[in-house]
Design a binder for this molecule. Structure first.
Ligand code: BTN
Length: 242
């Protein structure tokens, strides 16, 4: 297992992408930074993380040996590997807020940014994971938390990264064996607000209500609206408010 450790970098996802463009890298190669100066989140957001307190890393995985029709399974595998890791640490009330925010007791403790790259006709994913570990102050982020805030314990970041990578290896094996149903069922068992009345906002800012039912194979959120209409949404079309 190759883990590149950096003191400071703009973004581990960007660094790993450059590494992949300049040399050949093996599956599960990871880049870990103590401090990210321009951490990137989903939908162009910024990922802020206190230096040396949290886990900010990216891992490389080629996808050529999978009969993979749907890139969303990389997201499923990643969410499940993080949840498995956190369960062994007895972090309570874990859920996945679609597509891949990991929550404990409804607070966000981990974000994931997956970027797909291609070289010599081989698809690969750069899987970026930001896990709040030992940070205890989250200014202006009332919905954020950390392993320390939840459990009162301090965690070793180097141990965590190894456990997450090992769990990712296990779940990627299931994906290689085409256990799509097993993976999707496990993912949906953690889906935040599944079957609960929820309020959403669409791209035009209009609020509406419905029940989260499941995710499609392509990763769209399936919501049961009034009049029993089941509609699918992608990330740009919908925000879950509560
Ligand atoms: O919830 C999100 O919006 C996704 C956050 C992803 C943050 C991680 S930290 C490591 C990797 N490098 C980045 O620049 N982003 C991801």
């Amino acid at each position: 297992m190759r883990i590149v450790k950096l003191n400071a970098i703009d973004s581990t996802n960007s660094y790993l992408k450059t590494l992949y463009n300049t040399e050949s890298i093996d599956d599960y190669t990871a880049v870990l930074a103590e401090n990210q100066t321009k951490g990137r989140g989903q939908m162009g957001a910024v990922w802020d993380s206190e230096a040396s307190k949290n886990l900010t890393f990216s891992m490389f995985k080629e996808l050529h040996d999978y009969k993979l029709e749907e890139a969303f399974y990389v997201s499923i595998v990643t969410s499940l590997a993080i949840i498995k890791t956190l369960k062994t640490l007895s972090i309570p009330k874990l859920s996945v807020k679609w597509p891949n925010d990991i929550l404990s007791a409804d607070k966000k403790i981990c974000g994931v940014l997956i970027e797909n790259v291609i070289k010599q006709a081989i698809n690969a994913s750069i899987i970026g994971i930001g896990l709040n570990v030992n940070q205890v102050v989250f200014k202006n982020l009332p919905k954020a938390s950390s392993l320390k805030l939840i459990s009162g314990k301090h965690f070793d970041i180097d141990e965590l990264v190894i456990t997450i990578i090992n769990n990712l290896k296990g779940y990627f094996l299931l994906l290689k064996d085409e256990k799509y149903d097993v993976l999707k069922n496990e993912y949906e068992s953690y889906l935040f607000r599944k079957n609960k009345p929820s309020t959403f906002k669409n791209a035009e800012g209009i609020m509406f209500s419905g029940f989260i039912k499941s995710v499609s194979n392509s990763g769209k959120l399936q919501v049961l609206l009034e009049d029993d209409i089941l509609k699918e949404y992608d990330l740009k079309e919908i925000t879950l408010l509560y």
